[in-house]
Structures are given as C-alpha cells and as structure tokens.
Design a protein around this ligand. Structure first.
Ligand code: FAD
Ligand code: NAD
Length: 482
C-alpha cells in the first residue's frame, strides 16, 4: 500500500509546515498568531538541529570548556597557583543535556498545540502540488513551508563510512572523554569542537582540505592558528585525508600536505565537513519543486518553483544559521500572510564562530566590498590599545571596519572576547543605515571592550579632525576669543 492510500484523515489548512526546527517553528508560530490554521509536521525531536544537536549543545559544551580554561587565565593573574581543573566528562554531558532540557519546553508539542497549531509527529511527503501525506493524514494547504534542515555530509573518502565516524548528531552523546579526537573539517563545527575538547583535556587534531575561516577577513585566521598552536591543537590545512580505517578500537588515517605525509592514530573521529540538505523522501518532484545539491531552489522571496511552496532555513541552500532560519520565517510571514513582496537581504548578515577569542563578522568582507563597490577604506584597531582588554589580560584580537570612501559602513569583523556580543552594534549600523559619526560621538562606558567600536569609528575622522583646516580654524578662533 502506498503512503497515498493509507492517508485517511483529511486536514485542510492555511499553512502546512514540514520540519519543527528553528525555521519551521518560527514560521508556524508567526502564521498561527496571525489567525491562520496551521499544521506542523516533525518526524524527529521538536526543535531540530539547533536545540538538540547543534547550537545549544555545542555552546553548552563550549561553556564547560571555558570554565576549564578559566583556571589557566586565573593563574596568569596570581590566582589558583598549581590548581588544575578536574573534568568529569559524564557531568559535562549531563550539563549539556540539562541545558537542552531547560530550553526544550519553548519548542515542545504542548507549546505549539497551545497556539492552536495541529502538530503531527510523522514523516511528511508531498503527493501532489497541493497535498502532503504524513502518517495517516492527508493535508491540503494554501501554502506549504519546507523547513527540513540539513545533516552532516560524509565526504566520499573510501573507508570513511565504515569507520562510523561521530557527527554533530552523536558527539554530544559521549559520556567519556576521547583520548584523541581527530576532526575532519576545519569549518565552524570542527574549530569550535577542537578548542572545546582540547580545553576539556582531549588531544585534538584537525584536518582541512582548505584553510580555516575562509569566509572571514584574512586577518582572523593567523590569530586563531596561533591560539590553537599555543593550546596544543594540531591543525593540518590544505591537507588530504585518506585511507581511514578502524584499528585497535580507534581510527587511523593518512594526512598528506605539500610538505609531508603522516599517519595519525586517534581514539575518535568526528566528521564536520559541511552539510547535505534534507530532501530525501519529501516527494518534491510530485509537488513541482525544483532542487539542486544545495537544497530547494528559491527566489528572493523564498518561494520555490511551485509558488505555494516556500523553503526556509538550512534547506533553502543559503547561509546556514539559526538566526537566518528565524529571518527566513519573517520573510515567509510577510509574503504569505500579509501579501507583501518581501525579499531576503543579506547586507547585514552576521555570523560568529564561538572560539576563544570569538570571531564575529557582519556585512561585507573587504574582498567582497571591493568587488561590489570598487574603492573601499578599511580601519583596524587592536584590543591591545583597549584598557579593559589590558585589565583582563585579553589583548589579542582586533576590529576591522570596511567603509566606502565617504564613510558608509559595509562590513565589520571583530576578533576578541565577547566579539559576538559586540558585533550587533555594527549589524544595526549597517541595517539601520546609521552614520559612522553617531558611533564616533556616542559616550561609551569606560573601561569596556566595546569602546573599541567608538575608537575605530573615531579613527575614520581623525585625519579630518586634526588636519590643516581645523587647525587653521582653531588658530583663528583662539586669536578672536577674549
Ligand atoms: C554543531 C552545530 C553547531 C551550530 N551552531 C550554530 C550557532 O552557534 N549559531 C547558529 O546560528 N547556527 C548554528 N548552527 C546551525 C543551525 O543549527 C542551523 O542553521 C539551524 O538549526 C537550521 O534550522 P532549520 O529549521 O533550517 O533546520 P533543522 O533545525 O535541521 O530542522 C529541520 C527539522 O525538519 C525535520 N524533518 C526533516 N525532514 C522531514 C520530513 N520529511 N518530515 C517531517 N520532518 C522532517 C527534522 O527532523 C528537523 O527537526 C549549528 C549547527 C551545528 C550542526
Ligand atoms: N557558530 C556558528 O554559527 C556555527 C557553528 C557551527 C556550525 N554552523 C553552521 O553549520 C554549517 C556547517 O558547519 P561545518 O563546519 O560542517 O561546515 P562548513 O562547510 O562550514 O566547513 C566544512 C569544512 O570542511 C572542509 N572539508 C570538506 N570536505 C573535506 C575533506 N574531504 N577533507 C578535509 N576537509 C574537508 C572544508 O574545507 C571546510 O573548511 C556552517 O556552515 C554554519 O553555517 C554555524
């Protein structure tokens, strides 16, 4: 019997959302709060990747690693000499899962049913351009949302699958600390996990086919390489990972770079080498929805080739962040509920790689700005010149602004402690078209790390303020003043 024949319960609704991750939950609640009849279908855990296997567990794990590292930082200030953190890995695991548990009610079936949404815990599949089948339900809707997310890609390396490597879906289930974690992929997942596991006591090796932090400003990577080297993380870039195999309960692989070839043995292997969109079994061909290897093909309004069907979040083939999933949901609501032709605009897209120091970015990098705008101006200020950074002994890092020659902000990068918190100012400057002079003239509390933003903005005006003309003017005024 086909899924089509089994479906006996018919539901007619305004909006049918497939996937209860960051994108699907926001779209469903937005539509329901505006009075739409909504069906939300989820085959796995409510909350999707972010809550269960992504942002929340990874940032909770990183928080534990920060706590462990704080011992070292304290000793540099004369506190806790000789003390070393005792890491109870089972307790770290429990902390991570307690945080998931604390946030889970926000994403629960009960909460969404409380909004009047029909939640079906089933796998969904289109059977026509206007119908979806989920378990024994057949749902017809005026609008559909495909928000099925993505999963870890397994590069086609012979022997890799047979090693049954860890991915983001399994790494947070570990209850004992890996002796040596070998990580394939030096993207945000690989780098964040590398530093966190190292700080919690594992030996860590990262192998990347390219260079780390390739989407960030080029000044960021050397700083992070140095931090990794200082913390004892082995990083192999521009490296070829080959011949992985299970040996003595662990894993062994060959890593080739231009200068050497070595065999690396580790207790565990984590694959963090990019993502594959979740399209399988969705019947998108029956719905007239075109896809490519990045996901569903969408226009700037996030509509697929079937204009009744929208795709949001990771499966939409663009930037893959929880804040983008939420942003996409807002675009969907404006289009599908209010009938406004709202389009995505990534001019103020931020991202943060939660290393220590954090690597935060918003808008255009210098290279992209040059491509789009021709001539650009850049300003770099270092945390070494910031008094609070000195008091905290956290002087590594910088801010870099990318501006048009007339001072319009196109992009900003910050590398430093709490950079992810501070970058939001620059997101607002770009999206709100705030003048750089407003940042330069604000009163920033002293001593704060955030003063670096004011300092960078002021640096743009320095040559003008202390140039010949103002000096001549001041000279004249001083002669005239009594
Ligand atoms: C380790 C890790 C750390 C991350 N850290 C960050 C971070 O710090 N900040 C950040 O912004 N982003 C981070 N991300 C990215 C972020 O998690 C994703 O961008 C976000 O979760 C995508 O949300 P989504 O709703 O598109 O997809 P998902 O959260 O994947 O949700 C999709 C849902 O659809 C369901 N589904 C799939 N197919 C079907 C079907 N046929 N029927 C029914 N249900 C289906 C799935 O079960 C899933 O629950 C991280 C990702 C990982 C893996
Ligand atoms: N802090 C955050 O916001 C955060 C954290 C984690 C993940 N994420 C999101 O999740 C997405 C996925 O993260 P990711 O780190 O898996 O993917 P990624 O695509 O960003 O990085 C994957 C890395 O793996 C490398 N790689 C791919 N194939 C390889 C191979 N065969 N051998 C060696 N290296 C190989 C690539 O060169 C790349 O550097 C990110 O792009 C991001 O959008 C965000």
């Amino acid at each position: 019997m086909t899924a089509n024949n089994q479906a006996s319960h018919l539901i007619e609704c305004d909006v049918c959302v497939i996937g209860a991750g960051s994108a699907g939950l926001s779209a469903a609640s937005g539509a329901a709060q505006l009075g739409a009849k909504v069906v939300l279908i989820e085959r796995g855990a409510m909350g999707g990747d972010c809550l269960n296997t992504g942002c929340v567990p990874s940032k909770s794990f990183i928080a534990a690693a920060h706590a462990a590292h704080a011992f070292k930082a304290a000793m540099a200030m004369g506190v806790g000499e000789g003390l070393a953190p005792k890491v109870d890995f089972q307790a770290v695991h429990d902390h991570v899962h307690a945080v998931i548990g604390a946030i889970a009610p926000n994403d629960s079936v009960e909460r969404f049913e409380g909004m009047g949404i029909t939640v079906l815990k089933e796998s969904a599949s289109f059977v026509s351009p206007t119908e979806v089948v989920a378990g024994n339900h057949r749902i017809t809707a005026r609008r559909f949302v495909v928000a099925t997310g993505s999963r870890a890609s397994l590069p086609p390396i012979p022997g890799l699958a047979a090693c049954k490597p860890l991915t983001n879906e399994t790494i947070f289930e570990l209850t004992t600390r890996p002796d040596h974690l070998l990580i394939l992929g030096g993207g945000p997942i690989g780098l964040e996990m590398a530093q966190a596991f190292r700080r919690l006591g594992s030996e860590v090796t990262v192998v990347d086919a390219g260079e780390i932090l390739g989407k960030d400003e080029p000044e960021a990577a050397p700083l992070i390489r140095k931090v990794f080297a200082d913390e004892g993380i082995a990083l192999h870039e521009n490296a070829q990972f080959a011949d992985p195999k299970l040996v003595d309960g662990g894993v062994q692989a060959t890593v080739k770079t231009a200068s050497d070839t070595r065999t690396i043995s580790a207790s565990h292997l984590l694959v963090a080498a990019g993502r594959t969109p979740n399209l399988d079994g969705l019947g998108l061909d029956l719905a007239g929805v075109k896809t490519n290897k990045k996901g569903v093909e969408v226009d700037a309004r996030l509509r697929s080739s079937n204009h009744r069907v929208y795709a949001l979040g990771d499966v939409a083939g663009g930037p893959q962040f929880t804040h983008i999933a939420g942003y996409h949901a807002g675009i969907f609501v404006r289009n599908a509920m209010f009938g406004l032709p709202s389009k995505v605009d990534y001019a103020a897209l931020p991202w943060v790689t939660y290393l220590d120091p954090e690597v935060a970015h918003v808008g255009l990098t210098e290279a992209d700005a040059r491509k789009q705008h021709g001539e650009v101006t850049t300003i770099i200020e270092h945390f070494a010149e910031n008094d609070r950074a000195q008091t905290e002994k956290r002087t590594e890092g910088f801010i870099k602004l990318v501006l048009t020659p007339r001072g319009k902000v196109l992009g900003a990068t910050m590398v430093g402690p709490h950079a992810g918190e501070m970058i939001t100012l620059w997101g607002l400057v770009i999206s709100g078209k705030v003048k750089l002079s407003a940042v330069a003239s604000m009163i920033a509390p002293y001593p704060t790390l955030a003063e670096i933003s004011k300092r960078a903005a002021s640096a743009y005006y320095k040559p003008k303020l202390f140039g010949k003309l103002p000096k001549a003017w001041v000279g004249l005024v001083q002669k005239l003043l009594p």
